[in-house]
Design a protein around this ligand. Structure first.
Ligand code: F0G
Length: 408
């Protein structure tokens, strides 16, 4: 069979055939990336896209799947790109947009990766899939594994996963294992498990999963009338998504479909910000965070496995990284909900908090087009909201009592 892609090491450049089950380079241990054959990289590639619905699979020519009959789909992708006039006005930005990934089937951008990753698991004839997760990856993998009829194992940091996400993994029948430790520790052991057992690892070190996530870039380009924004703001945890989105934009560029690339801006929570600290501090060596802590549990990660890819994305694009506090995240979450009618989870609100901070610092020009990636739905973590706001008032079922409330 002739393949239209191959795996390439981001460190030493070694290449591996597509049908090998491998997550890191066997020569130097670096991460792998999916590279497509040169003849695909021309503007003609987009001719067939236009007639297909806006979903992850619209872009199948640039996805690493050979047998589309095995496709495992729940209708992912095609999320709204909303123009934010009210929030934009408040921040003095004329062209502010948000891409609402909470609209995906399990409520986060992870579904884009899992539709490709779980399809890949079937192509590779794997019967079991696994991941470590701060919540959304496990919710998504559990759903796609259920759809595919695969056994699913998920490892989560004990007591640090929002209930909405835990419930999703449970209802879809995943084997949920709580690890007494943080995400980084859970990832280390699940990686070891998958290297020694016939279980397919679907964390973001899996290069195929990230291919699905790069379609965020393709969709933004499509939704903006074949243009790209000046800046894209992404919350960063394990750093797979920002790397994937950058790869998507670069492929559009390599295919001759765009003439300029956006700046990639990564936002991390202050208590879990190794990448932002590395970039902002101009450090020579990456300093991982041993005990990451933040209210945005989805990005409570101290040793992001994709850090090299993410740093490259930010630097190559001329972008930047910033940190935000838990207070800034919560206030951005409420502001977005009240100005734009979009309820996101705290990790996604980190992108908005970053936007506000950068606008305050005059690092975003009023006329620039900015897209914030809202990675997950707010209903996954309602407790956080209930804890911050007073309980609604209670009255007798009586009109006078009701009127009194408004008078007070
Ligand atoms: N936003 C949300 C809602 C997330 O769930 C995640 C990651 C991120 C942002 C960061 O993306 O890791 O690619 O930099 N959640 C993972 C999980 C780690 O297990 O669900 P990233």
């Amino acid at each position: 069979m002739a393949w239209h892609y191959r795996l390439k090491c981001i460190g030493c450049g070694a290449e591996f055939p597509p049908n090998t089950i491998i997550y890191k380079c066997s020569s130097c241990g670096e991460l792998l990336s999916v590279e497509y054959n040169n003849d695909l990289m021309s503007p003609e590639i987009s001719l067939r896209w236009a007639s297909r619905p806006l979903t992850v699979w619209r872009y199948i020519e640039l996805l690493p799947i050979s047998d589309s009959s095995k496709m495992v789909s729940l209708g992912e992708g095609g999320t709204s790109l909303n123009r934010c006039v009210r929030l934009g006005c408040e921040l003095n930005l004329k062209n502010l947009y948000v891409k609402n990934e909470g609209e995906n089937p399990t409520g986060s951008f992870k579904d884009r990766g899992m539709t490709v990753g779980v399809t890949k698991a079937l192509e590779l004839d794997m019967k079991r899939v696994a991941c470590a997760s701060t919540g959304n990856t496990s919710a998504s993998l559990a759903a796609y594994a259920a759809k595919a009829g695969l056994e699913c194992i998920v490892l989560i940091p004990s007591g640090k996963v929002a209930f909405g996400k835990l419930v999703q993994a449970i209802i879809h029948g995943a084997r949920v294992i709580q690890v007494k430790g943080n995400f980084d520790e859970a990832l280390r052991i699940v990686e070891e498990l998958c290297l020694t057992q016939p279980i397919y690892l679907l964390n973001s070190i899996n290069p195929y999963r990230l291919e699905g996530q790069k379609t965020i870039a393709f969709e933004i380009w499509d939704q903006m009338g074949h243009k790209v924004p000046d800046k894209v703001i992404v919350p960063v945890g394990n750093a797979g998504n920002i790397s994937a989105i950058w790869k998507g934009f670069k492929e559009l560029y390599m295919a001759g479909l765009i003439e300029k690339l956006p700046e990639m801006i990564g936002i991390q929570s202050e208590g879990a910000a190794p990448i932002a600290n590395f970039i902002k501090g101009g450090l020579k060596e990456m300093r991982f965070v041993e005990r990451p802590e933040t209210i945005a549990t989805a990005i409570r990660i101290g040793s992001p496995v994709n850090w090299k890819k993410a740093v490259k994305a930010i630097k190559e694009s001329g972008g930047l990284a910033e940190t935000v506090s838990d207070e800034e995240i919560l206030s951005a979450q409420a502001l977005l909900a009240r100005r734009e009618g979009i309820f996101v989870e705290p990790a996604s609100a980190a992108a908005i908090a970053g936007l506000i901070k950068l606008a305050d610092m005059k690092l975003i020009d009023r006329d620039e087009t900015v897209v914030c990636i809202l990675t997950g739905h707010g209903l996954k973590d309602p407790d956080i909201v209930l804890r911050q706001f007073p309980k609604p008032v209670e009255i007798e079922a009586d009109l006078e009592a009701l009127i009194k409330i408004f008078a007070s």
